[in-house]
Design a protein around this ligand. Structure first.
Ligand SMILES: [Zn+2]
Length: 92
């Protein structure tokens, strides 16, 4: 059977395994499941550097979107609380 390939997204070279580890992930019902994680890198260090840089940019973007969303949620929560306070004030 042919092994699953994991080519580099930039140059298409078969990526090499950098490290592999087992991770315990909590699942529903207070149990856990074990998954094997691995990090693969391009055999070409220069290419991998570019890939890493691109990944860093993507991660930054994702973090920005995430923090923007959290900020928005917080604003909604604050507004709800403000409305509630107002309501209470009106009742008095
Ligand atoms: Zn590559």
């Amino acid at each position: 059977m042919k092994q699953l390939t994991n080519p580099c997204t930039r140059c298409g070279k078969e990526r090499i395994l950098l490290k592999q580890w087992d991770e315990v992930i909590p699942t529903f019902g207070n149990s856990t499941t074990m998954v094997t994680r691995s990090t693969n890198i391009c055999p070409d260090p220069e290419c991998q550097k570019v890939v890493d840089a691109e990944l860093a940019v993507q991660r930054k973007k994702r973090d920005k979107i995430k923090s923007d969303r959290e900020e928005k949620l917080q604003q909604v929560a604050d507004k709800k609380q403000a409305d509630k306070d107002k309501l209470l004030e009106d009742e008095e």
